[in-house]
Design a binder for this molecule. Structure first.
Ligand SMILES: [Zn+2]
Ligand SMILES: [Zn+2]
Length: 380
């Protein structure tokens, strides 16, 4: 620790000079190294990371690069640590931070916007116009840990206080890592989508976002909530999280008609598309009713052909979501704290720090029906 540090620490939580951290080398190459533990500045705290979940986007970042953007380019061979869905304990406060105490358990949002661009001023800090501009002469102060700054596959991280959500004692570390995923669906359904009670909601794709989309949608009063997927095991979890109906595409000759049989000929009010395939996007368009809305929560890796004329003629809205804006994570946390749904159902595996490469393989290949995998960075 530098003697120049002007913030607060506590003997209860001694901070080592160095920590274990995974860093990204060439595409797909991770190595476990020692990194210096940096201390927090104004409006920041140091978080001892107690648990970090693996997200599908981490797999993309590690193997392909985007949406990570380090020093204005691809994240490879830049001593960069990925991982963005983490929680932990506050162990140091930057100068003048009084919003949190040392020892507070917190879970984190990914994005701390620049705070000065048009979108940040609207609360849409996940769409910050200065995304990735946080180095050298172009430093606008933007941070997205695990994308533009160091992430959570390490033992300590610096977080802006705006990215922290307090975790109640009754919530496990593993469950707390899921708040940002639930918050992302909350942002898509309410703040961006305007969902209100009694509107019909279809979720396509029972990954972590889709499953928690079901849970949040149901808790918000949507009805009926329909989950579409290809794996019965995941559809079963969707039922436990609040899906009124589940449809396995493999058993349906026409998925659009199957949805309409449930919600009526006119189609669904909302569709949250979490699969990211051309077929799923077109199915979403065809099952949405006139004036209805489609939230795009997954992205295809290539440009796709979709039925724009049908959307235009029918006044169908389609919008992308990026992450967890407008403090939606706080609302998601409130639901989880009140046990409106059991997010723990989505967590399937826990691994030690050293086993991150195995854990990533489990996530990529969905070994043993893996959905959400959590790493414990201090279990080395
Ligand atoms: Zn994620
Ligand atoms: Zn901004």
């Amino acid at each position: 620790m530098s003697i120049k540090f002007k913030g607060k620490t506590s003997q209860k939580f001694p901070i080592p000079k160095k920590m274990k951290a995974w860093v990204l080398g060439n595409p797909g190459e991770l190595s476990l190294v020692n990194k210096i533990v940096e201390m927090p500045n104004k409006s920041e705290v140091l978080v001892k990371i107690d648990a970090v979940a693996i997200c599908a986007t981490d797999l993309d970042v590690i193997s392909r690069g985007p949406p990570a953007l380090i020093e204005g380019g691809l994240p490879f061979n830049k001593n960069f640590t990925p991982g963005h869905e983490y929680m932990g304990t506050v162990v140091a406060l930057g100068p003048s931070v009084d919003e949190f105490n040392i020892g507070d358990r917190v879970t984190v949002e990914i994005h701390s916007g620049c705070g000065q661009c048009k979108r940040c001023r609207m609360g849409m800090y996940t769409s910050c116009h200065n995304y990735g501009l946080n180095y050298g002469d172009v430093n606008k102060g933007h941070r997205a840990n695990g994308f533009t700054t160091d992430g959570g596959f390490k033992q300590y991280a610096i977080n802006n206080i705006n990215t922290l959500i307090k975790v109640p004692d009754t919530m496990s570390d593993e469950e707390a890592t899921l708040v940002v995923t639930a918050g992302t669906t909350m942002y898509g359904l309410t703040e961006l989508g305007g969902l209100i009670a009694a509107e019909s909601l279809v979720i396509i794709g029972p990954g972590p976002i889709g499953l928690l989309g079901v849970a949040v949608g149901k808790a918000l009063g949507a009805g009926p909530v329909i989950l579409i997927g290809t794996r019965d095991s995941r559809l079963e979890i969707g039922k436990k999280l609040g899906a009124d109906f589940t449809l396995n595409i493999k058993n349906e000759t026409d998925i659009v008609q199957a949805v309409k049989k449930i919600v009526g000929e006119k189609g669904a009010d909302y569709v949250m598309e979490c699969a990211g395939t051309e077929q799923a996007l077109n199915d979403a368009i065809m099952m949405t009713n006139r004036g209805g809305k489609i939230c795009l929560a997954a992205f295809p890796h290539n440009a796709v052909k979709i039925n724009i004329p049908h959307m235009v003629i029918n006044n169908i809205y389609m919008f992308g979501i990026r992450g967890e804006g407008k403090s939606a994570t706080h609302r998601a946390m409130e639901f989880m704290k009140e046990k409106k749904f059991d997010a723990k159902l989505v967590h399937t595996h826990t691994f030690n720090m050293i086993d991150l490469p195995i854990a990533l393989k489990y996530a990529r290949e969905r070994i043993d029906d893996a959905i959400k995998i959590v790493i414990k960075p201090h279990n080395v």
